[in-house]
Design a protein around this ligand. Structure first.
Ligand SMILES: O=C(O)[C@H](O)[C@@H](O)[C@H](O)[C@H](O)COP(=O)(O)O
Length: 256
């Protein structure tokens, strides 16, 4: 499996590339299906998607602001109240365009019952949102990658890595996440792999080690693009969507 790493000189440049990619993908989605369905991760992603960054991307693309037609789901969530400091929903509402409340946003709710039930409810919600989007696919899934190669809440050597196949639930839960907090919900591989486009974002020297294990650099990348072959079996490297783009900064790929 090959991977193209689009290398940006800084985190702000990466953020603007991410926002531009979302804006570009939103236009054909809204033209053909009347809405743009996207799943967003936590970690550093909410800040990359600040209202200012997104507004600049609309302006630069000459595209009218269409966030009212966006439907936002969570790629993963920590099983805490949506007001808790660990909540991805909280981070998205405080730091990203989601806080402007123009987009339709679907979080996991109050997280006050059994996590198994919450996973079933969120799976039903995700399935119904995706069923009304042709082919049951996300238009875009925005993913991060941890220093151990995890993505969403799919961690190395975890049993959730084998939740695959057409019958697999679109959302699973875990109570033993090695990254705190331990109890989480996550989209599973079948949903990630059905996405029309996966945008992976990874910045900082801290990611350089995992990139050097997961990717082998190859000849022939275009200007600003490092062409690679995925050689490791880290969870992030197992995602197989129709189109995948890695947005990285120079620190993240300094060991490739
Ligand atoms: O809720 C979470 O913990 C995230 O969704 C997680 O999968 C994140 O994307 C990675 O840990 C990378 O995080 P950074 O972007 O902060 O490095």
């Amino acid at each position: 499996m090959s991977a193209n790493l689009h290398v940006h000189p800084s985190k702000p440049a990466l953020a603007s590339a991410l926002c531009s990619a979302l804006v570009a993908a939103s236009v054909p989605a809204i033209a053909s299906r009347g809405k743009f369905t996207v799943a967003l991760s936590g970690g550093s992603i909410p800040k990359l998607l600040s209202p200012e960054n997104l507004a600049a991307a609309f302006e630069e693309a000459g595209v009218g602001e269409n966030v009212g037609d966006w439907v936002v789901l969570l790629a993963d969530e920590r099983y805490v109240s949506p007001f808790h400091e660990d909540s991805n929903e909280r981070a998205l509402r405080e730091d990203s365009f989601v806080g402007q409340r123009k987009a339709a946003f679907h979080g996991i709710g109050q997280a006050d019952g059994p996590v198994e039930e919450a996973a079933k409810s969120y799976a039903a919600l995700v399935d119904s949102v995706l069923a009304s989007n042709s082919a049951g696919s996300l238009d875009v899934c925005v993913l991060g990658m941890g220093e151990d190669g995890h993505t969403c809440s799919l961690f190395p050597d975890h049993p959730l890595l084998s939740v695959v196949g057409d019958d697999a639930p679109s959302v699973a839960y875990l109570t033993d996440s090695p990254k705190q907090p331990p109890t989480r919900l996550t989209l599973t591989y079948p949903v990630l792999n059905r996405s029309r486009l996966v945008l992976f974002c990874a910045a900082g020297e801290g990611k350089s080690e995992v990139f050097s294990k997961m990717m082998r650099k190859e000849e022939g990348g275009a200007e600003g693009v490092v062409k690679c072959e995925v050689v490791g079996d880290q969870p992030a490297g197992r995602v197989r969507a129709k189109e995948m783009r890695w947005l990285v900064d120079s620190g993240a790929v300094s060991k490739l």
